[in-house]
Design a protein around this ligand. Structure first.
Ligand code: DAH
Length: 356
């Protein structure tokens, strides 16, 4: 092979060795084999050579061309392998490294209590029902056997809204979740078990009262419901909710217009330490009773065929007792320091106590 061809081979080999990435490699390839590459130019010149020279030089050029093509291809394979190796090294992931902590929001204690109640009552076959914050006078009071001028209306410090028509009854901000009892009886097919968590309103504001607060209502209607069902259901709920399997529970005769008989429910605690359990003192925690036949009749249900029990309790109150939260007001202040202290991890399960 003539000197110029040997030189081309040597120079190409050197250029390939110096090309350390695929871009540089491609420049070498184009410079040799491309349209205006050095080998291409030599092949073009061959046309002007004598027939004798064309044969010998042509054969040599063909050998050179194969050698160059092979060297170029071999370098490509090398460079691609090296590129993959360095990518694999750079993109390696240490799966044993702990993840960086990221700031997560916390569940407000009110929401947490509602979730826990939904979990505990849900396990007992209850569904969740809801109603609006603005209620008619009829649903909030009359349907529940609280007629106009009844003392219970005065007790409730009701927020009234303007009457929609002159002389009409003024709508109210619901003073309790009990109107959803009536709504459920009017719309749901019997039998049913529902709980109703939600906001309630009374014109009352001090260290232990907020004008807006939360209640949960319960209503069970079926054909053969007795006081025994009411007691069993509430004892199981209270023990599961407070996480105390032998929590003393007492039923005390009381009065509500919408239940007959009516009972207030007390749980055991220690007045001095504030600890819940068998401390010898009693703490009132909720209202309950067998649904009054008049309430059933008001909602189009035959009280000779259907009966049931109802209950209602304050969500803030049970939340404060369960978690030792001393003051009601910070519940609504969105103070991050309070939320960080009393808030709940959103990933922890709400149903902590088995055996419901
Ligand atoms: N609605 C009552 C209140 O706000 C609580 C209550 C008592 C609800 C007895 C009930 C019940 O369903 O049966 O004080």
């Amino acid at each position: 092979m003539s000197d110029d061809l040997l030189a081309l081979k040597r120079e190409t080999d050197a250029a390939l060795a110096a090309a350390t990435d695929l871009r540089a490699w491609d420049a070498v390839r184009v410079g040799v084999l491309g349209k205006s590459g050095r080998l291409t130019a030599l092949l073009k010149e061959l046309g002007r050579a004598s027939p004798e020279e064309r044969r010998t030089r042509g054969a040599a050029l063909n050998v050179l061309k194969d050698a160059l093509a092979a060297a170029i291809e071999a370098r490509r394979v090398e460079l691609e392998a090296a590129a993959l190796d360095s990518r694999l090294a750079a993109e390696r992931l240490d799966v044993t490294l702990p993840p960086r902590p990221f700031p997560a929001g916390l569940i407000h204690p009110i929401s947490r209590t509602m979730e826990e109640m939904a979990a505990i009552f849900g396990a007992m076959g209850f569904e969740i029902a809801e109603g609006p914050d603005i209620e008619s006078d009829w649903l909030n009071f009359s349907a529940l056997n609280i007629p106009a001028h009844h003392a219970a209306r005065e007790d409730m410090d009701t927020f009234y809204l303007p009457a929609p028509a002159p002389g009409g009854r003024r709508p109210v901000l619901r003073t309790h979740t009990s109107p959803v009892q009536a709504r459920t009886m009017l719309t749901r097919e019997l039998p049913f078990r529902v709980i109703v968590p939600g906001r309630t309103y009374r014109a009352d504001h001090d260290a232990t009262h907020s004008p807006m607060f939360h209640q949960v209502e319960g209503l069970v209607l079926d054909r053969d419901i007795t006081l025994g069902h009411l007691k069993g259901c509430l004892i199981d709920f209270l023990r599961a909710f407070f996480g105390i399997s032998d929590l003393p529970v007492r039923f005390r005769a009381s009065y509500f217009p919408f239940t007959e008989p009516s009972m207030e429910v007390d749980i055991g605690w220690n007045r001095k330490t504030g600890e819940l359990g068998g401390g010898g003192d009693w703490l009132e925690i909720l209202g309950s009773g067998m649904v009054h036949p008049k309430v059933l009749a008001n909602c189009g249900i035959d009280p000779r065929e259907w009966q049931g029990f109802a209950f209602g309790m304050g969500i803030e109150r049970v939340t404060m007792l369960k978690h030792g939260i001393p003051d009601l007001r910070p519940f609504y202040e969105s103070d991050l320091r309070w939320l960080r202290h009393y808030g709940f991890n959103p990933l922890s399960p709400a149903l902590l106590h088995e055996g419901v």
